[in-house]
Design a protein around this ligand. Structure first.
Ligand code: FAD
Ligand code: NAD
Length: 464
């Protein structure tokens, strides 16, 4: 019976990073993956969604260049062959997942393809997928659960036929005429906007009274304006009652009024649920935190030497959190003294304009009992933003009033995803406003808005 020190279930960003780091540290490691290496992120999440968003953005840009284009560019009747776009997207996915396989091999991880079933905290059976199909029993000293998450379905409107999840929305064989998107969170907005840019008539249905309810309202405003400009039909404070055979989606407003929306497809994007069922996990009787596995600050579950990382361990369900947790668990198993206490886990919403948050917003800082100053710098006063024709949005900094320690950053605008690196580094390194203000920022760049926000918080703004 094969045995190893670390057995990882799930080859997504959490699991594969944990396995590579563990093998680098000399730990004998086996990773079990039932579907495709790279997990949700590389195959049906982060990467394919950003590829589709990029293609949609390029197509939309071309369709905006008419005789009145102030840039003097004219493009006539642009067309998109979506099947070809999907092939291009799949090519990127293939290169990345192939790269993960190569990295695992290079570091000496034993990869087993098949469905894992937990027997106990040190024993797992794998239903092997390849030609030698059968059951392989593997024993281990440490078991790492990195099984990810799955889309939540609406019980009265299960996935199938015209009701799709993000997975199907990322691989359309043809574009529908109309798409209703249920849920105006990350997926609803990223993919809803992309489909709208591809020329699909998009309706967005959100239960709360605003889009992106998890984000600060000020940050969502430019995104709302962009949705309106695109002609997306918004139904806020609205619930979905069901889809009938004639393709009519029945909606109910907060006032109780019922309406029907004729749609070709419905994308349900109302959240994701940790994947904790179907592989014998219940037999371990681990403590839960709602639907997620409960973990401590070392990602240890309630059973010694059984660890959990990434989406299966709850919010925030982000790939970079899963990766950071995975690397940390590997180092702990190798004897390192580590705890998962990041200064921030940045989050980016890849809408157009993009939104970035890292650390605390002004209201979160106040709720935490901190006396803070905050200052924003608008992209309308940034030269680079003007040359990119994107002056909507701003960068905002939040810092303690007493010692000027930066505790949070927020930004909304075109291309601001790339500012997340500067934001996270300043928080992790304990930067003060003076550190940012005293750093030379290249010109002309969107990053100058970061500099100017810090200057403004110090009462020294130069360009506003
Ligand atoms: P997963 O990536 O879900 O991997 C889990 C793996 O475990 C899967 O491959 C699965 O097949 C395997 N598995 C599960 N059970 C078993 C079993 N019993 N046996 C064998 N294998 C098993 N996050 C970001 O940070 N940025 C983004 O831009 C972003 N965009 C997203 C877009 C979409 C459309 C979606 C759906 C998600 C997006 N996410 C994004 C979230 C991100 O994909 C997840 O947070 C991340 O993939 C979680 O990693 P994980 O390793 O925990 O799990
Ligand atoms: P989400 O939690 O971001 O948004 C779900 C939205 O659906 C919320 O606004 C919620 O109020 C709404 N909602 C819930 N039930 C509803 C109902 N019955 N009717 C109408 N609206 C309803 O979830 P998601 O968009 O499905 O994304 C899942 C997760 O995937 C995210 O939480 C995130 O962790 C991850 N993700 C991240 C990125 C990124 O980092 N850029 C992109 C996509 C997904």
């Amino acid at each position: 019976m094969p045995s190893c020190t670390l057995l990882v279930i799930g080859g997504g960003p959490g699991g594969y990073v944990a396995a590579i780091r563990a093998a680098q540290l000399g730990i004998s490691t086996t990773l079990i993956e039932a579907e495709s290496l790279g997990g949700t992120c590389l195959n049906i999440g982060c990467i394919p969604s950003k590829a589709l968003i990029h293609a949609a953005g390029e197509f939309h840009k071309l369709s905006q260049y008419g005789p009145d284009s102030p840039l003097g560019i004219q493009a006539q009747s642009p067309a998109i062959d979506i099947a070809r776009t999907v092939v291009w997207k799949d090519g990127i996915v293939g290169r990345l997942t192939g790269g993960v396989a190569a990295l695992l091999k290079k570091s000496g991880v034993n990869v087993v393809r098949g469905w894992a079933r937990i027997i106990d905290g040190k024993t797992v059976d794998v239903d092997i997928q390849n030609k030698d199909a059968g059951v392989l029993r593997i024993t281990c000293e440490h078991l790492l659960l990195a099984t990810g998450s799955q889309p939540v379905a609406l019980p009265f409107m299960p996935f199938g036929g015209p009701v799709i999840s993000s997975t199907q929305a990322l691989s359309p064989s043809r574009l529908p005429h109309s798409l209703a998107v249920v849920g105006a969170g990350y997926i609803g907005l990223e993919l809803g906007m992309a489909y709208s840019k591809l020329g699909v008539k998009v309706s967005l249905i959100e239960a709360q009274d605003r889009i992106l309810p998890a984000y600060d309202a000020e940050l969502a405003k430019p995104v709302l304006a962009a949705l309106k400009k695109l002609g997306v039909d918004l139904h806020l404070s609205c619930s979905v009652l069901g889809l009938n055979e004639k393709g009519i989606l029945r909606l109910k407003s907060a006032q109780g009024d019922e309406t029907g929306l004729a749609v070709e497809q419905v994308l349900v994007a109302v959240g994701r649920r940790p994947r904790t069922e179907g592989f014998g996990l219940e037999s371990l009787l681990l403590d839960m935190d709602g639907a997620a596995l409960r973990i401590d600050d070392q990602c240890c579950t309630s059973m010694r030497n059984v660890w959990a990382i990434g989406d299966v361990a709850g919010e925030p369900m982000l790939a970079h959190r899963a990766m950071a947790q995975g690397a940390m668990v590997a180092e702990i198993i190798a004897g390192g003294r580590r705890r998962f206490v990041p200064a921030s886990i940045p989050a980016v919403c890849f809408t157009d304009p993009e939104i970035v948050v890292a650390g605390m917003s002004p209201s979160e800082a106040a709720a935490a009992g901190l006396d803070c100053i905050s200052a924003a710098f608008p992209f309308a006063a940034n030269g680079r933003a003007m040359t990119l024709e994107s002056t909507d949005g701003f960068v905002r900094v939040v810092a303690r009033r007493d010692n000027h320690l930066v505790v949070g950053w927020q930004a909304v605008g075109q291309g601001v995803a790339e500012l997340s690196t500067a934001f996270s580094q300043s928080l992790e390194m304990g930067a003060c406003l003076e550190d940012i203000a005293g750093t030379i920022h290249a010109h002309p760049a969107l990053g100058e808005a970061v500099h100017e926000a810090a200057l403004r918080a110090l009462g020294q703004a130069l360009h506003v």
